[in-house]
Write a protein that binds this ligand. Structure first.
Ligand SMILES: *Cc1c(COP(=O)(O)O)cnc(C)c1O
Ligand SMILES: [Zn+2]
Length: 364
């Protein structure tokens, strides 16, 4: 059995405690020995729960799932460079956040939780709302004002209570945390079980690449639930002796809001005080990423880097990818724009997730 472990003071808790942060107020991680039964996989459904023994939920009867995952990994040539795109926009709610929500809400169900709160700039709210309906759990979703109307309609459509908060994304998080005093905080940022879902992204890539790891993963980063999850996934595979090296992680941020890029550039472990400006990459407009140090450690450990992209570069990448028949949201295009600025060494195998569907932000 595994443990919940504080990233800062090292305090350990049982996996069955419903905590979203440590007594010392730091964020938590999960120590859990993921097991893989490679020869069984072919017999299982093409869905993320095919890696059942790698996911820390005790009983099958608590699994909350739409048979999501096992998204296609397709080859694409862009400006003479080859890349593999993982079609994460194809989830039930239209973004990769379903991976995290499926595991987190399964765990909440296992703990007998009857209501949860979550805050989100949109997609995580959509995912948590949908999985809560499926689980029969009430949910309140806090969103910042100016969230895309499509995402707000989607959250309401699932029957969740939607609370719009004036001020910054951080004000929204505070409002949800105050509410979480008396209920369960189903946070995609704080709750470490969310990352135990997003990690399945890497297991699938491993299987799709005939049981090997790519050289590089390039992803947009806000709070890092995609990047950290993907890292944990490959780390699990490495610990199980199934891959020999970790891919290099490249994080992409919008110039208009790039705290992680500045920390990387200035080799600083303090989050800078920045005023986030408006960007079309609304899903990564995060000025104070909770897990900033964890993200930068991953970048360093894997020999990767942070890249920033301008609004122009994001727009150009968005138009280009849409014209290839893939309709994605502007936030996802930031990853593609980062790839355009990245100079691969010859024959490098690069994977980029298309993190969210374009239908959500069709007006933008
Ligand atoms: C949430 C999200 C991201 C960024 O994920 P983080 O976990 O905040 O790093 C990127 N793209 C889309 C579409 C998202 O919904
Ligand atoms: Zn602690």
């Amino acid at each position: 059995m595994g443990k919940i472990v504080c990233n800062k003071c090292g305090k350990k808790y049982s996996l069955n405690e419903s905590l979203w942060r440590c007594e010392c107020e730091s964020y938590l991680d999960i120590e859990f020995k993921a097991k893989f039964f490679r020869n069984e996989l072919k017999k299982r459904k093409p869905a993320m729960w095919r890696y059942r023994e790698a996911i820390p939920v005790d009983s099958d009867k608590n699994i909350v799932s739409f048979d999501e995952g096992y998204t296609p990994l397709i080859k694409q040539d862009m400006n003479g460079k080859r890349v593999l795109l993982k079609l994460e926009q194809l989830f039930t709610t239209g973004s990769f956040k379903d991976r995290g929500a499926s595991v987190l809400i399964s765990k909440a169900k296992e703990a007998g939780i009857k209501s949860v709160v979550e805050d989100s700039s949109g997609n995580a709210g959509c995912a948590v709302a949908a999985y809560c309906v499926k689980a029969g759990i009430n949910c309140d979703i806090y969103v910042p004002e100016n969230t895309s109307p499509g995402k707000l309609r989607q959250i309401r459509a699932y029957g969740a209570n939607l609370l719009e908060v004036k001020g910054s994304r951080e004000d929204t998080a505070k409002a949800a945390q105050n509410a979480a005093e008396n209920t369960f905080y189903a946070s995609h940022v704080w709750n470490p079980f969310f990352l135990q879902g997003t990690k399945t992204f890497s297991y699938e890539i491993w299987e799709q690449l005939s049981f090997s790891a790519p050289d590089t993963v390039i992803t947009p980063v806000g709070h890092g639930s995609m990047l950290i999850g993907a890292f944990i996934g490959f780390k699990d595979l490495m610990n199980a002796g199934l891959i020999k090296k970790l891919p290099k992680f490249i994080g992409v941020q919008a110039e208009k809001c790039a705290p992680l890029y500045h920390m990387y550039k200035e080799n600083n472990d303090r989050i800078p005080e920045i005023k986030p400006e408006k960007t079309i990459a609304e899903g990564i407009r995060i000025s104070r990423p909770v897990r900033a140090n964890q993200i930068l450690d991953i970048i360093k450990e894997t020999g990767g880097r942070m890249i920033t992209v301008s609004e122009e570069e994001i727009k150009k990448a968005l138009l280009q990818i849409n014209k290839s028949g893939l309709f994605i949201e502007p936030t996802s295009a930031a990853g593609i724009a980062g790839f355009q600025k990245y100079k691969p060494v010859k024959k490098e195998i690069i994977v980029i997730p298309l993190t969210g569907h374009g239908l959500k932000t069709a007006k933008a």
